[in-house]
Design a binder for this molecule. Structure first.
Ligand SMILES: *[C@@H]1O[C@H](CO)[C@@H](O)[C@H](O)[C@H]1NC(C)=O
Ligand SMILES: *[C@@H]1O[C@H](CO)[C@@H](O)[C@H](O)[C@H]1NC(C)=O
Ligand SMILES: *[C@@H]1O[C@H](CO)[C@@H](O)[C@H](O)[C@H]1NC(C)=O
Ligand SMILES: *[C@@H]1O[C@H](CO)[C@@H](O)[C@H](O)[C@H]1NC(C)=O
Length: 322
């Protein structure tokens, strides 16, 4: 009985207490900026997409020095980003307004090739059936990307060789519920490299859960959707830890960064309801160098009022996990 009690007590303590972490502001961007997503290059530099302008920026995680790398003509916003080959990144774009939302039918996928001194920006495909492309991840078949459509509530496979796209995952698990605070379904998508057969992890923002589904090489489902953790306050994008199968997840509504273990235990890591640093955290990624492998970088969009006007700056934060 004593053993059971201590086990219960320990479990209660570990879930109630925030993990011990250090938060450092890497960079702050002018009020009105909305940082939407990020990727980390093999050389450790951060690549950050902007939602308020159609731009991709590079950011040094040590000095905070930032420089615009690429612009996407004919659209208003850049969203998801994923590395598809060494130093070649796919980026999703769309017309999106922080006041009125997405314009359906405006989404596209581009590549930004950083292998030469100057970035090469190439439009690969329009994805006209999309409400808005949001999170993206390389497809297991190595020919393209899987892209979340948060408005329609589906995941597409976009073939980067042919430019053709098709729906690979759909159904209520990917859709926002009718009564959602925010009408966004599937948002962040990442594939676990921990098992031989691919597993897609995803957040459903409006439904407030983090889930996984086994997929085939072509992105179609190879099993049922399993909810890892529900009751989340508007989860946005996340990062998977390769070490233990846990995830670091951003929560828009409570301005927080949390971890969710492979078994679904939730621990508060940083931020909090009134945090100005973690105001609308949008995405998170682990560092890739020897020095920052246990650090995650977080992008934020800042706080906006009901009309979409920005009130606080957008930031990139470094959170050293212990
Ligand atoms: C997006 O909006 C811009 C500016 O409002 C407009 O010129 C452009 O045609 C739109 N793009 C698409 C794909 O509809
Ligand atoms: C890279 O871009 C800069 C600025 O536009 C230009 O001066 C330079 O010639 C370009 N370098 C190459 C290798 O294209
Ligand atoms: C995807 O791959 C699975 C397993 O190989 C196959 O059964 C299915 O027909 C494929 N679907 C498409 C749309 O290619
Ligand atoms: C946030 O601020 C509000 C208003 O000042 C306060 O009532 C609330 O307790 C604060 N929440 C936290 C988690 O500190």
């Amino acid at each position: 009985m004593v053993v059971t009690l201590s086990a219960l007590l320990l479990a209660a303590l570990s879930s109630a207490h925030a993990a011990s972490v250090t938060v450092r502001e890497v960079a702050s961007f002018p009020v009105g900026t909305w940082l939407e997503n990020l990727a980390v290059r093999a050389n450790g530099q951060l690549l950050v997409t902007h939602l308020d302008v159609p731009e991709l920026w590079s950011l040094d995680p040590l000095t905070g020095h930032s420089v615009r790398l690429a612009q996407f003509p004919g659209v208003t916003s850049a969203l998801g980003i994923a590395e598809i080959a060494h130093d070649v990144f796919a980026v999703a774009t769309a017309n999106y307004s922080t006041a009125t939302g997405a314009t359906p039918g405006t989404s596209a996928v581009w590549t930004v090739d950083l292998r030469a001194a100057n970035a090469t920006v190439t439009k690969i495909a329009d994805v006209p059936q999309a409400g808005i492309l949001n999170g993206i991840v390389p497809s297991p078949d190595g020919r393209g990307i899987l892209a979340a459509d948060s408005v329609v509530g589906a995941v597409y496979r976009v073939d980067l060789h042919t430019g053709k796209s098709s729906t690979v995952l759909s159904g209520t698990a990917y859709e926002a519920p009718a009564n959602a605070v925010l009408p966004l379904g599937v948002n962040g998508v990442h594939i676990s490299s921990r098992s031989s057969s691919p597993t897609l992890y995803f957040t459903n923002t409006g439904a407030g859960f983090f889930a996984r589904v086994a997929i085939h090489q072509n992105g179609t489902a190879a099993g049922d959707v399993e909810v890892v953790k529900d009751g989340l306050e508007l989860p946005d994008d996340f990062a998977l830890a390769t070490s233990d199968g846990s995830a670091v997840v951003t929560l828009n509504q409570v301005r927080s960064l949390i971890t969710i273990s492979a078994h679904g235990e939730r621990v508060q890591v940083a931020g909090g309801s009134n945090s100005t640093d973690f105001a609308t955290p949008t995405a998170v990624q682990f560092g890739r160098t020897l020095f920052d492998r246990t650090t995650v970088y977080v992008t934020t969009g800042g706080v906006r009022d009901a009309t979409g006007s920005a009130l606080t700056s957008a930031k990139v934060l470094a959170v050293a996990l212990n």
